[in-house]
Design a protein around this ligand. Structure first.
Ligand SMILES: Cc1cc2nc3c(=O)[nH]c(=O)nc-3n(C[C@H](O)[C@H](O)[C@H](O)COP(=O)(O)OP(=O)(O)OC[C@H]3O[C@@H](n4cnc5c(N)ncnc54)[C@H](O)[C@@H]3O)c2cc1C
Length: 233
């Protein structure tokens, strides 16, 4: 895992991670953008700027938070990536800029998420899952998934050994559990929106772990805004 000048790379799940690659702006960017209408600008974040940020978040004045950005590198199983991909507004991929490792060209060693704890079917179908199942059942499920992943990997390699292109051979890989890696550039508003929805207990547990990592990584750079978005959620 590569390190970053913006802090350590945080490991998430068994083989995933979140790395903060780049940061543009600060809490002051939002405060100064909000004050642009009065042609005022602060050089340092003051208590009144912090109050202004809390006010803006509380009353959904969102445009000032679109003057600060961050770029993350994320490695997550596809089931998490699919949920993350839905954040299109304020994210770079609304401009077609979500950049992801390609399995058409790259034959990176496929990696699979193998949870050690499995959750039961929920009582209420609207919840994602119930509590953890007993240890023995968890061990059995992990073992089954491990075998399934290995079987898929063997078939994938077999197809390529027979001269099939990686872009098609990948059909043999069990997709939901497979890790993929991408870069996500997003406005501070987009980060706030993602955190509000994905730190929530209703979000799937796996993406909650990624949201916690995103929050931990950006908090030192946007402490007032991230706290305000967290309180408002
Ligand atoms: C617990 C949970 C369960 C979910 N289950 C499902 C599911 O079963 N199936 C599924 O498909 N998705 C599901 N989602 C994803 C959900 O529907 C959203 O796509 C996702 O949460 C991204 O949020 P968003 O659409 O607000 O984000 P964005 O698309 O990034 O939009 C951000 C905000 O911009 C504004 N906005 C966006 N588009 C417009 C527009 N055209 N005009 C005006 N304003 C706009 C809205 O205020 C919006 O909230 C689920 C999400 C959660 C948190």
């Amino acid at each position: 895992m590569k390190q970053s000048k913006y802090g350590e790379t945080l490991q998430v799940l068994d083989k995933g991670y979140v790395r903060l690659v780049d940061v543009m702006g600060s809490d002051l960017s939002a405060a100064n953008a909000a004050r642009a209408s009065f042609a005022k600008e602060s050089d340092e974040l003051t208590k009144s700027d912090a109050k202004l940020i809390a006010f803006l978040v509380k009353h959904h004045h969102t445009s000032p938070f679109r003057h600060a950005f961050a770029t993350f590198e994320v490695s997550a199983p596809l089931l998490v990536a699919r949920q993350w991909w839905k954040y299109v507004v304020g994210s770079d991929h609304i401009m077609d800029g979500w950049n992801e490792a390609s399995r058409r060209y790259v034959t990176l060693e496929p990696q699979f998420h193998i949870p050690q704890t499995w959750r039961a079917m929920p009582d209420n179908r609207k919840q994602g899952s119930g509590g953890a199942v007993e240890d023995e059942k968890s061990r059995k499920m992990s073992d089954l998934l491990e075998k399934h992943a290995q079987n898929g990997l063997d078939l994938y390699n077999e197809a390529m050994n027979q001269g099939i292109a990686p872009e098609q051979a990948r059909l043999f890989l069990p997709a939901y559990a497979m890790f993929t890696t991408w870069r996500w550039s997003v406005s501070l508003q987009g980060i706030g929106h993602f955190l509000a929805q994905r730190l929530d207990h209703e979000a799937q547990w796996e993406i909650q772990q990624y949201a916690k990592a995103v929050k931990q990584l950006v908090s030192p750079y946007f402490p007032v805004s991230v706290a305000a978005f967290s309180e408002a959620s």
